[in-house]
Ligand binder design. Structure first.
Ligand code: ARG
Length: 476
């Protein structure tokens, strides 16, 4: 049997780690995801050590060469991660020493796994928050803008309290979801920076907690990582996980938005609504009921939000009451950060594919537009243009709706001019109505009349759409 590699602390701990404890303490099974960041940190550290004269240039070069070789082997899937070495930091360092000998033994000068791990996680978060997740979110935004464009002439009801409210351009609702995901892009971007007003502070140089008595140059190390500065407090840098919280919170917000959108479309896909159609390839059927077409992907997106909220809670709870300075509890942060990322990233990809395949069901929506007196607010606003105070107009229209319902009329446009005039005269005697009142009625007319900034139809909607197409580089 091959002998277990020596641990760096062998001189102090008299027994080899217990086998159960070994399995229990390891993080290499998941923190290997940070191998690139760990190696980048070591390259920067070695560069700094040579600059201040703690190692010579030949030692630096041997270290950097050795690290690059390890990186290549990991990338080529030609590397065995030894669990007994616990984590990515010790695995890389032990392998380096194995490969290059003495110079490798100098790499850990003036540093600790505590500042290493804090840096690695920071770099990992920055990479995905400024990279893959940004791209996934912007693809989803583009998908919603595409849907808005395809649905330009679909008019549909909007809902408040899930009751029919006012008519809108269907595309305006797609653009509303897009807005939420666009805000997620900024939230995520800030989490990538660690929400710092100045440049984020690289933890390297903080050592285990108190820095180092050697003449290391953390400011120089920090400049090697784009837009970073030296730690202002070695204690804080090794103890805090604020950036991880910011990142998981940003993920939780993305999940919330995804979950709300998924729920909305699940409702819209029901036979009762039949507002939206997504491609069959994103649905499943039932093992028992042959007629079924179920929105399982949307349901999973809705449900997985629960996992990400759980991740946020788990991280916040791990940090609650944790004394300052590194504590091993902090090792759990990575499991959570990676899981939140994996969940959100796959949900975003799935969501964009679904939205790209979707269309509003114009044929099913339009015949229902007469239901629910969607034009009532428009009529009240029309009366305002005739000089009726809004409160009075609201009362008049309420009376007219009640009258329609009593007489079995399904829409306000079914009332004659005389019938309108009768109710209006009772509350606003000076106002004489003309035929143009009918131009303010009917969902399609109403949508064209919207003129306030950000409104869900008419010119404001077209302007919104054009501006976003331009911003996201969508042609046509
Ligand atoms: N694997 C550890 C973690 O993820 C690295 C830091 C270990 N530090 C220590 N003092 N035991 O947090």
């Amino acid at each position: 049997m091959a002998e277990a590699p020596q641990k760096s602390w062998q001189a102090r701990i008299s027994e080899a780690t217990d086998a159960i404890a070994q399995k229990f303490v390891e993080s290499i099974s998941y923190d290997r995801r940070m191998y690139k960041h760990d190696i980048a940190g070591s390259v920067a550290h070695a560069t700094m050590l040579a600059k201040v004269g703690l190692i010579n240039d030949a030692e630096r070069d041997a270290i950097i060469e050795g690290l690059k070789g390890i990186e290549r082997d990991i990338e080529a899937n030609n590397f065995a991660f030894d669990e007994s070495l616990e984590d990515i930091h010790m695995v890389v360092e032990a392998e380096l020493i194995k490969r290059i000998g003495e110079p490798g033994r100098k790499l850990h000068t003036g540093r600790s796994r505590n500042d290493q791990v804090a840096l690695d996680l920071m770099l990992w978060i920055r990479e995905v928050a400024h990279g893959e997740l940004q791209i996934a979110l912007s693809d989803l935004c583009k998908a919603f803008v595409g849907l808005a464009e395809r649905s330009k002439d679909v008019v549909m009801p909007s809902f408040t309290h899930l009751q029919r409210a006012q008519p809108i351009s269907a595309g305006a609702e797609a653009m509303a979801w897009m807005q939420m995901f666009d805000r997620d892009i900024s939230r995520l971007f800030h989490s990538g920076h660690g929400y710092q007003s100045t440049k984020p502070q690289s933890p390297l140089g903080s050592g285990a907690i108190a820095g180092s008595s050697l003449p290391i140059d953390p400011e120089f190390t920090a400049t090697i990582f784009k837009a970073m500065q030296a730690p202002e407090s070695s204690i804080e840098r090794t103890a805090s996980r604020d950036q991880a919280c910011d990142f998981v919170y940003a993920c939780a917000m993305i999940s919330q938005h995804l979950s709300r959108w998924a729920e909305q479309w699940i409702i819209y896909m029901s036979t009762e609504f039949n507002f939206i159609k997504i491609a069959d390839r994103y649905t499943t059927s039932s093992s028992m009921m042959p007629q079924k077409r179920n929105p399982d992907m949307l349901e999973l997106i809705r449900g997985r939000c629960g996992n990400v909220y759980g991740d946020l809670f788990a991280l916040m709870t791990i940090l609650k009451g944790l004394p300052i300075g590194y504590n091993r509890d902090l090792q759990e942060d990575k499991r959570i950060v990676f899981r939140a990322y994996d969940t959100v990233s796959s949900c975003l990809t799935m969501a964009a594919a679904i939205v790209n395949s979707a269309s509003y069901n114009k044929e099913a929506i339009e015949p229902t537009l007469d239901k629910g007196f969607l034009d009532a607010t428009s009529l009240a606003e029309y009366l305002v243009t005739k000089g009726v105070p809004f409160r009075t107009a609201h009362h008049i229209v309420g009376t007219l709706v009640a009258r329609c319902e009593k007489e079995g009329k399904t829409s306000l446009a079914q009332l004659t001019l005389e019938e309108f005039q009768e109710v209006i005269s009772a509350h606003a005697p000076k106002v004489m109505l003309t035929d143009d009142v009918y131009g303010a009625l009917g969902a399609k007319n109403v949508v064209k009349r919207y003129q306030s900034a950000g409104a869900a139809g008419g010119k404001p909607f077209e302007e919104q759409l054009a501006a976003w197409k331009k911003r996201l580089g969508i042609s046509g």
